[in-house]
Design a protein around this ligand. Structure first.
Ligand code: KMH
Ligand code: ZN
Length: 278
């Protein structure tokens, strides 16, 4: 089994300070939270940017500030979101890919998202995939439901995605696939050949699905984007606290935690550091 890759999803687009007082929002706060997560065992940071008033933005200038601040503090695989927030235009969502991240998310289909609809038109997501290929950015395929894995297979056959792909099962979004062991086992059985996978359990699904992934040879995403609690009724004190617990459990299970360079080797990433001005 490979070492465990822990992704820290430190901010997200939806969580507020009212829900989680330790939520990092400014570039410096996001960079400091990322460094703490790396010290605790994370090797990928999944980024969303916010404006000074806390609202989500896909402005590449803000992403560049965040990435520059992170790279001044630590080595980590930077993965930008192209999901952004519900209602953003596709062009807006794709913009941070120009800031030379190593990875970016690619949502593989539309889905109800709480009281909203997260629209991912196939024509637009194919455009995202082509752009990532052109820029040498590795996509992480966001899988909210099982049909999206069939889409991934089709796009691999059509040459839009390079195999092996890396996927993230996002489980427990109200309106999408449930955050249950059965969902995870089924999705795992439908993976494209040689794919690597991680799981992002939403809310109370975060810890149990993460523990399953440790045992099954998958990887884990934790952080305030998906879950603000450490346990029922108790808010987490930091993103790093959530990362540290997963690293601790994994080591106890005798599965070592990947460094950023080990994660790069597992994911087939070339090391890249420069930040291009968009
Ligand atoms: N904020 C969600 C609507 C991603 O980062 O790629 C989409 C999302 C997925 O967070
Ligand atoms: Zn996200």
């Amino acid at each position: 089994m490979d070492q465990l890759i822990i992704t820290a999803a430190v901010t997200g687009a939806e969580v507020t300070r009212e829900q989680q007082p330790a939520l990092p929002l400014t570039p410096d706060e996001i960079a400091a939270a990322t460094e703490a997560c790396v010290e605790a065992g994370a090797s990928i940071v999944h980024l969303h940017a916010r404006r000074p008033d806390g609202t989500p933005t896909q402005d590449p200038v803000v992403y560049r500030e965040i990435i520059t601040a992170i790279r001044a503090r630590c080595d980590v695989i930077v993965q930008v979101s192209t999901g952004g927030a519900v209602g953003m235009t596709p062009a807006e969502r794709l913009a941070p890919v120009a800031v030379a991240p190593e990875m970016a998310t690619l949502s593989m289909g539309s889905v109800n998202f709480g009281g909203d609809v997260f629209v991912n038109h196939p024509a637009e997501m194919k455009w995202f995939a082509r752009k990532m290929k052109e820029l040498g950015v590795k996509p992480e395929l966001e899988i909210f439901d099982s049909g999206m894995l069939a889409t991934a297979e089709r796009w691999i056959r059509q040459g839009l995605l390079d195999s092996p792909v890396h996927v993230d099962f996002v489980l427990g979004v109200p309106g999408a696939m449930a955050g249950t062991p059965e969902s995870l086992m089924f999705l795992r059985s439908q993976l494209p050949p040689r794919a690597t996978w991680t799981v992002a359990g939403i809310g109370p699904a975060q810890l149990p699905l993460a523990v399953m992934a440790i045992v099954l040879g998958g990887h884990v995403r934790v952080g305030f984007e998906d879950n603000v609690f450490f346990r029922k009724g108790e808010l987490a004190t930091s993103n790093a606290q959530l990362v540290a617990r997963i690293a601790r459990v994994s080591r106890e299970m005798e599965r070592p935690v990947a460094t950023p360079d080990e994660a790069r080797a597992i994911l087939g990433l070339a090391r890249r550091l420069p930040v291009r001005v968009p």
